[in-house]
Design a protein around this ligand. Structure first.
Ligand SMILES: [Zn+2]
Length: 303
């Protein structure tokens, strides 16, 4: 039997938001079984925002969740770390409007969760078992999930740029694989897009300290953490967005050039499949209001 987890004690991290450019602080605290991951926003009402597909209010360049006008931006890297480490239940109090970018990867959140320690709760986890293929996207960019007896991701990133090119990887996404192979992969963006992004209120906190920046021909950072860091970050983002289902998934995702908006389409399609088939625990159609800002180009992860 596989049991739900939370953390043992409260922990805090602070930094600057990738998109807002403003300082923020998060405090993670233990939460009871079946409560899921819940954010508490900064607004005067200290609104509680469950990290669920139904609360996604924006998916352009990052995942933003909100309730009644209160919002928390860029939750995906923290969500990915929690999901990979088996932390199903967590209270995340946010001072600021965005989760801190830290170094642009999920590694600092993995360290934070390990510092908090894991507590196993006496309530079983109920994975969503994929029984039929589900596909979203078009011929150029797609996500498909297929039946499998483990959670696996096979991702192809194909970007017509000499610093990126075609990168393909396939992982069974265990905690060990996430920590060793995916958590350290950083957000990336293209220098040519920075002006447009900033005019749209995005990437204001982005720098070489928290993102891989791709110039006209090469990466501007001194080095990459992995030769194929870009596709690894795409898988990290996908794991974080999929965590908005609120339950682990048993299935094999095959992906090409997806992004947050498409990730959420898959999450919505999976939710719809399970609600149509009378399964408990996942509710129906989302109210996505994405694409208020420029539609991400293939290969742009979060910037
Ligand atoms: Zn990301």
């Amino acid at each position: 039997m596989d049991f739900q987890g939370t953390i043992r004690k409260s922990v805090t991290a602070e930094g600057v938001g990738l998109h807002s450019g403003r300082p923020s602080r998060i405090t993670l605290s233990p939460a009871p079984a079946d409560s899921g991951i819940v954010f508490r926003a900064t607004d005067p009402h200290r609104t509680l925002i469950p990290a669920r597909q139904e609360t996604v209010v924006d998916s352009s360049f990052a995942t933003t969740i909100g309730v009644n006008g209160a919002r928390v931006r860029t939750v995906e890297h923290l969500m990915a770390a929690a999901a990979a480490l088996g932390i199903d239940n967590l209270l995340v109090e946010v001072e600021g409007e965005e989760i801190p970018a830290m170094d642009g990867s999920a590694r600092p959140f993995v360290s934070l969760l390990y510092a908090a320690g894991k507590a196993t709760l006496g309530v079983p986890r109920h994975p969503l078992v994929i029984t039929d293929p589900i596909r979203v996207g078009d011929d150029a960019r797609w996500l498909q999930i297929l039946p499998a007896d483990e959670f696996r991701v096979s991702y192809t990133l194909d970007v017509n740029h000499p610093a990126v090119g075609i990168q393909a990887l396939s992982f069974t996404c265990t905690e060990r694989v996430f920590v060793d192979e995916l958590a350290s992969a950083r957000t990336y963006g293209f220098l040519k897009d920075v002006g447009t992004l900033r005019r749209n209120g995005l990437a204001k906190g982005g720098s070489l300290d928290n993102a891989v920046v791709v110039g006209r021909r090469a990466v501007l950072n001194s080095s990459l953490r992995y030769r194929d860091e870009f596709v690894r970050h795409k898988i990290l983002d996908l794991i974080g967005d999929l965590a908005l289902l609120g339950r682990p998934v048993l299935g094999h995702i095959v992906a090409r050039n997806a992004g947050h908006a498409l990730n959420h389409e898959l999450v919505a399609a999976i939710s719809e499949f399970f609600s149509d088939n009378g399964h408990a625990g996942v509710t129906a159609r989302p109210a996505l209001s994405h694409r208020a800002t420029p539609v991400p180009l293939p290969g742009i992860a979060a910037l």
